[in-house]
Design a protein around this ligand. Structure first.
Ligand code: NAD
Ligand code: TYD
Length: 353
């Protein structure tokens, strides 16, 4: 079986559900259930004996040791992290704790477990660390996209904490021989994304007739990838990636934030023509920029395509339509996750902008 961490969050839950749908191998899912983790994301796996959920922290060494001993996984996929840049600006401490100290703790436990495995199991074992393109910093308009050899230059507390975790993962391979793989992916969108991130936040606000906040002038660029394509890339890297290597994952879909928001508004106009707020683009509101806001991210994904034959299957147009349709069909989920903590975050982040 495999052990997934952070599998009740956005990408982790999509990964676990896809894993169970595409194979037979069981999965142990360790998640702390922070504000971003939600057992409702795993509803489809309820009653499936191949899915074992454990509530816990990647920083809890005795718990990790016990889980490894009990389940003897052949691989770990590490999604667990604090993941939102704006929150890392308001409160970086949790990012250091989970992303840096937590990953370190996980690596220590996994190293001890891996070292006592029989030779064959040791050779087949994998630790796959899920990271972000944000570790590479910000690109100018004409600079080439990030490749696996682009120097790290993280600019936010979030990206700095992810960069630190990537370095630790690399060091555990170089120093101890732990068979690691690292993936650095661009911005994901799709079902189950917590509505603090741009795409679900805009859909949620638009449906409520609330302003659609665009930081700065809306010309910052991100490279958008449908979450299902990210999951298929991770499965492929786990299956055939070369040990010690990093793989960039991206959608070849560079868009300005304004383009993304206008696309969402046009789809909502189409699907909700009778809404009193049509055209939804009338709700767009430019607000004070994020401090240190990276201008542009773009991924060169040629290595994973050439070596492992992976390519995204969704275009931005097909993926974003599916995503809007999912949020419209799952308003109960949105209502549940936007209670309590969500409201205090929204007033903390947007009240003074
Ligand atoms: P998310 O915030 O939606 O989910 C994170 C999950 O980790 C939550 O379920 C949370 O409860 C859990 N978690 C947090 N701290 C934990 C801890 N100490 N121990 C155990 N579980 C803990 O994040 P996401 O968007 O699903 O991102 C998953 C991973 O992918 C992260 O490592 C992130 O850096 C990376 N990533 C995200 C994107 C993106 O666009 N969202 C892009 C590239 C890489
Ligand atoms: P986000 O979804 O937070 O991802 P990241 O910062 O990790 O790229 O933001 C995506 C882009 O959208 C980023 O350039 C910031 C911008 N943004 C807004 O303009 N308004 C918002 O309310 C949010 C949350 C993000």
């Amino acid at each position: 079986m495999i052990l997934v961490t952070g599998g009740a969050g956005f990408i982790g839950a999509n990964f676990v559900l896809d894993w169970l749908a595409t194979g037979d191998e069981p999965v142990v899912n360790l998640d702390k259930l922070t504000y971003a983790g939600n057992l409702e994301n795993l509803r489809q796996a309820q009653g499936d004996a191949r899915h074992v959920f454990v509530r816990g922290d990647i920083g809890d060494r005795p718990l990790i040791d016990a889980l490894l001993l009990q389940h003897r996984p052949r691989a770990i996929v590490n999604f667990a992290a604090e993941s939102h840049v704006d929150r890392s600006i308001h409160g970086p401490a949790e990012f250091i704790q989970t992303n840096v100290v937590g990953t370190f703790n996980l690596l220590e436990a996994v190293k001890a477990y891996w070292m006592q495995l029989p030779a064959g199991e040791q050779a087949a074992f994998r630790f796959l660390h899920v990271s972000t393109d944000e570790v590479y910093g910000s690109l100018g308009p004409d600079e080439p996209a990030f490749s696996e050899t682009t120097p790290y230059a993280p600019n936010s507390p979030y990206s700095a904490s992810k960069a630190a975790s990537d370095h630790l993962v690399r060091a555990y391979h170089h120093t101890y021989g732990l068979p690691v793989l690292t993936t650095n992916c661009s911005n994901n969108y799709g079902p189950l994304q917590f509505p603090e991130k741009l795409v679900p936040l805009v859909i949620h606000n638009a449906l409520e007739g609330k302003p659609l906040p665009i930081y700065g002038d809306g010309s910052n660029i991100r490279d958008w990838l449908y979450v299902g394509d990210h999951c298929s890339a991770i499965r492929r890297v786990l299956e055939a990636g070369r040990v010690g290597e990093t793989y960039n994952i991206g959608g070849c879909n560079e868009k300005t934030n304004l383009e993304v928001v206008k696309t969402l508004c046009a789809i909502l106009d189409d699907l909700h023509p009778d809404s009193p707020v049509v055209p939804h683009a009338g709700l767009i509101t430019f607000v004070t920029d994020r401090p240190g806001h990276d201008r542009r991210y773009a991924i060169d994904a040629i290595k994973i395509e050439r070596e492992l034959g992976w390519k995204p299957s969704e275009t931005f147009e097909t993926g974003i339509r599916k995503t809007v349709a999912w949020y419209l069909a799952n308003q109960d989920w949105v209502t549940h996750v936007t209670s309590g903590e969500y409201r205090s975050w929204v007033s903390e982040n947007y009240a003074l902008r």
